[in-house]
Design a protein around this ligand. Sequence first.
Ligand code: ADP
Length: 564
Amino acid sequence: MRHRQAIDPERVLVVAPTFMDAALSQSILTEAGLTCQLCADPDKLGQIVSEGVGAILLTEELLAAGQAYGLAEALRRQPAWSDIPVLLLSAAGADSSPGAYAMELFGNVTVLERPVRITNLVSALQAALRARRRQYELRDRLAELERAETSLRKQSERLRLLWEAASVLLTTERPDAMMQALFAKIAPHFQLDCYFNFILTEAGDALRLQSCIGIPEEELPKISRLEFGQAVCGTAALRRQSIVATHIQQSDDPMVQLAKNYGIRAYACSPLIIEDRLLGTLSFASRQKDRFKSEELEFLQTICHYATVAYERVRLIDRLRDADNRKNEFLATLAHELRNPLAPIRNALQIMQLTNYGGAAAEQARGIMERQLRQMVRLIDDLLDVSRISRGKLELRKERVELAAVIHSAVDMANPLIEASGHRLTLSLPGHPVYLNADSLRLAQVFSNLLNNAAKYMDQGGHIELTATCPGKEAIVKVRDTGIGIPAEALSSIFEMFMQVDRSLEKSQGGLGIGLTLVKKLVEMHNGHIEARSEGLNRGAEFIVRLPLAPALGSLDPRSSRSS
Ligand code: ADP
């Protein structure tokens, strides 16, 4: 086989009209340590230049013969970094018309007057080659920069992909949907055709197929369970190590036969392990190539780490949800169980009152027990309501109700506490009836809760203002007090269940931190909205409830409606 000889990028192209001239120049230049390429044929000049030369030495006869166009054309086609030096031997010197013509044609031209001393010719050529070397350096630098840019570009694309993958994993909670969305994002970038996600069986003795893409439906039952050590995934799970299989279609390894049957050529499988706990495996496969590049494997490995964390997140969310459901169930049972003995106790107290049992001291004790019982009933009823709401079991009996009437019954409920605390209550109601489509008992419960809180979280002798207005298509009810106020950082969380502002800041008031949760849920069930405002500690608090008005009577179905 003939090998093409490597071209010396610093060779001097000698263009001489006669073979004798050329041969003479070559021997002189070779002796001076320069590489020469002779060319007497003007038609070949362009080709040689495009293959690469360090400098060009030519005589003015070439110009005279009108044979320079091929060379000029080749020089014009040079890349931006290249400007091949041309040395022209001319009897008339630099200011001659051949010199000017050559500069116009070739650009980077040095004219040497003939006859030229050999040492001058050699040093002029060496200077030209030095300049050319700097051009080569520039070329290499440019290539390097271009390469660096291309990796940078690739890297930022990968980072973007990782970011997108992470957001898929963080926003989806069903593991199969999560994996499918993840696969759809990354598959086109790595020529992936399949993924397989196995998770540990409940018993922890094998793997169960959680989800996959890329194999026919009828094949799924065959891989619904994999034993430890079976196929690539079972082996990766057993060894707790990633496994990469290449050139699968040419492989006799029993481990990859299953993948081979599915036409897979390259396979990468990682065990999903968190805190030493094996969750399962995740693998990606391609039918389009025999192997993944190392940076692709690195990326897929990172994706597997992400998937592990996402799985753990989903597991924790499930556990939290379970715990929350159990807590709700427990609260419901607890409230029921606590509520049951209260009715007989109340009856017994009434019997004691009726029979005037035990005289004055006993009557006083009975009074205390009755008041405490009322407080217990209120707390337990709130608890029952909240647990009904969180389980979606609270129903509203909505009908056309008049806002002022609802507010008056709320005031009646809250009055005992307001009066006992020596507070002053100012009511300001609209001058005309305002109608809502609401459950009057539940809505009265909302306002009495707000009034009770105002009374609770205020020193003796405070002022409560309840204002109801109806500026547009909604009713706005504000309950404002001059009490201990709410710190800014608590305003947003105050409606959350069991949320209570630092007890040390408050008078000990008793309560479970569920009143406002109930209020908010009830307001929302009436398609309304509630917000809390306070200028800070000891600067009072204000609760603003907005409720939609009932439709005008003409458009109203006169029957009362039930909704949950
Ligand atoms: P509870 O009163 O049983 O603690 P709530 O859900 O009714 O529960 O209220 C939650 C918390 O919000 C209270 O513990 C209290 O810290 C704060 N809060 C409610 N209403 C007021 C108010 N009018 N002024 C100051 N703080 C209030």
